[in-house]
Design a protein around this ligand. Structure first.
Ligand code: FAD
Length: 323
């Protein structure tokens, strides 16, 4: 059954986040041959529409307002609800990002609709749209369908591949004027933490350090490896609690959830709370000097050894491959 599906595109620093293209791809599956309409909210974002077409959007609707320059739950909800009202979609897909996790339940509440959150896959099968989502901290997966009303889901970043880029694709851009009012939150200033290198939640390669790195300086060899592989640095809560690194790097149940192509865990024991944030990575390499460490149970490749010997060796070998 062909349906119209809205997908929310996310932009940061005037460039689209990869999850925007993943929502279009998921939206195509949900649309089952129908139309995928990408929604861009912000201030001065309409120039980004072209790229959304390249990745499969059939139409782009923009809502431009100074009050949408930074995310606020009230502002974005008002704008998105206005687009939903104007477009009457039968499906809605949002990234399961910090923004999406905040916004989607609010929208579902306002629309009195169901919501499948944190889906890692969607397929049209047997006349149903079946969403897969992790449960019990990623130890199992459940399959879910929405039988009535709006088909609404948030999708976990890095799980549903974007469609191949086609620069010949174009489409219609329409702008909607929305009177954004009664904002209960006003963002006066955004203070960015100076972050080095690649964004952890979207990284294809993550090099994560645990308490085994032993100090802040112990992260240095990991950073060198991350540089060579174009990856991001992550950490266990053990490393964060020990003040070897900032909590913004924490991966796990109470940290970030990552699903890179390659996850290298260095000196991490593999507690269930850590696995909840990384066990869906495509290839997991664990380096630990304890052969009984739990991390080896989820690892595709295990290296029993001292990370301070193994990591520099890996860096040297990867450097040779790059030459
Ligand atoms: P440890 O368990 O101390 O492991 C260190 C490992 O390093 C050991 O396996 C050791 O063999 C190895 N090692 C030491 N030296 C070397 C060396 N030179 N070379 C190689 N290996 C070496 N944890 C998270 O990570 N993320 C979360 O989101 C999270 N949320 C939590 C929520 C709750 C409610 C609770 C109760 C806990 C949570 N935790 C979380 C904590 C979790 O239970 C573990 O305590 C934590 O993950 C342990 O961190 P670690 O593996 O770095 O440290």
């Amino acid at each position: 059954m062909a349906r119209k599906v809205l997908v929310l595109a996310e932009a940061r620093d005037n460039s689209l986040r990869n999850v925007s293209f993943e929502t279009i791809s998921a939206g195509k599956t949900v649309a089952e041959g129908g139309e995928v309409v990408a929604v861009l909210l912000g201030d001065g974002v309409s120039s980004l529409a072209t790229e959304l077409f390249h990745y499969g959007a059939d139409k782009v609707v923009t809502v431009e307002d100074e009050k949408l320059k930074t995310y606020t739950p009230d502002g974005y909800a008002q704008a998105l609800l206005a687009v939903i009202d104007a477009e009457s979609p039968e499906g809605l897909v949002i990234g399961h990002t910090a923004l999406g996790k905040d916004l989607a339940p609010k929208i579902a509440g306002k629309l009195n609709s169901g919501l499948i959150s944190d889906a890692t896959d969607v397929e049209a099968t047997g006349g149903n749209l079946v969403f897969t989502r992790p449960i019990y901290s990623g130890k199992a997966f459940e399959k879910k369908i929405i039988t009535d009303g709006l088909i609404f889901a948030t999708i976990r970043p890095n799980n549903i591949a974007p469609l191949a880029k086609d620069e010949s694709r174009t489409g219609e851009v329409s702008s909607l004027s929305v009177d954004i009012k009664d904002l209960r939150t006003i963002v006066k200033e955004v203070v960015r933490k100076a972050s080095e290198g690649v964004d952890l939640s979207e990284a294809k390669v993550v090099i994560a350090g645990g308490r085994g790195v032993k100090s802040e300086d112990g992260f240095e060899p990991l950073k060198e490896l991350a540089n060579v592989l174009g990856g991001a640095i992550g950490a266990s809560r053990g490393a964060c609690d020990a003040e070897y690194c900032d909590y913004s790097l924490q991966i796990g149940q109470t940290g970030k959830v990552v699903t890179p192509d390659l996850y290298i865990a260095c000196g991490i024991s593999g507690a269930i709370q850590h696995l909840a944030g990384m066990s869906n990575s495509k290839v997991i390499v664990a380096i630990n000097k304890d052969p009984e460490a739990n991390i080896f149970k989820v690892a595709d490749y295990g290296i029993v050894g001292d990370l301070f010997e193994v990591v520099p060796l890996l860096t040297e070998e990867f450097k040779k491959l790059k030459v």
